[in-house]
Design a protein around this ligand. Structure first.
Ligand SMILES: [Zn+2]
Length: 197
């Protein structure tokens, strides 16, 4: 395997990236300046050292604190907790600027082929919910992907949360059925929050 094929096969391991897109990344890097490639190498090398997983929302954040900037922010609304599948979905909701509550990153969705839930952070979610209830949590918003896996995950999370007696809502749909939060524009996300039920 030559160096182009090797890099391409590494990009193919990324979520949602197929051989064609991986090839485009490699060709972009071949055309780009040595300084950009150097920056990329530095960023990758530093990733291990300066990134931590937040012990409250479970997202990865840059820094050395145990708790990320969102969880540590006293301005956030303690009454709301949005459960998202991935760090990327959390970032999309943050970018939209429409949600001021807290988050929990589940770490994925149920695979319909296997129905495995071992990849999901369900025990950690229950722990986060019980500690957030002491701080005034009232509603859990399931902001999961609008696809069969996301729907199955929502059902499972609702079962897990049934004993908590909290209000559990799903993001409204209809505007972008099948589209992922990660790629949704701020208006779509805002409307999905406003039409949650
Ligand atoms: Zn956090």
């Amino acid at each position: 395997m030559d160096s182009i094929e090797r890099l391409s096969s590494l990009f193919e391991k990324f979520p949602g990236i197929g051989p064609r897109q991986a090839g485009r990344f490699v060709h972009y890097l071949l055309r780009s300046s040595p300084s950009l490639r150097k920056e990329l190498i530095d960023a990758l090398q530093n990733l291990g050292g300066s990134v931590k997983q937040c012990r409250e929302c479970m997202r990865y954040h840059a820094g050395t604190a145990d708790v990320c900037g969102i969880c540590a922010n006293p301005q956030r609304d303690n009454r709301l907790l949005a459960v998202v599948a991935s760090d990327a979905d959390l970032a999309a909701l943050e970018r939209s600027g429409t949600f001021s509550g807290h988050y929990f990153v589940l770490g994925g969705t149920i695979s319909l082929a296997s129905e495995h839930t071992s990849n999901l952070r369900l025990p950690q979610l229950l722990q986060a919910v019980s500690s957030r209830m002491k701080k005034g949590l009232e509603e859990i918003i399931l902001a999961l992907p609008a696809n069969p896996e996301g729907d199955a995950t929502a059902v499972r999370v609702r079962e897990e949360l049934a004993a908590s007696a909290l209000r559990v809502t799903n993001l409204g749909r209809g505007l972008s059925t099948g589209s992922e939060l990660e790629y949704a524009d701020p208006e779509t996300i805002k409307s999905a929050f406003n039409s949650r039920r």
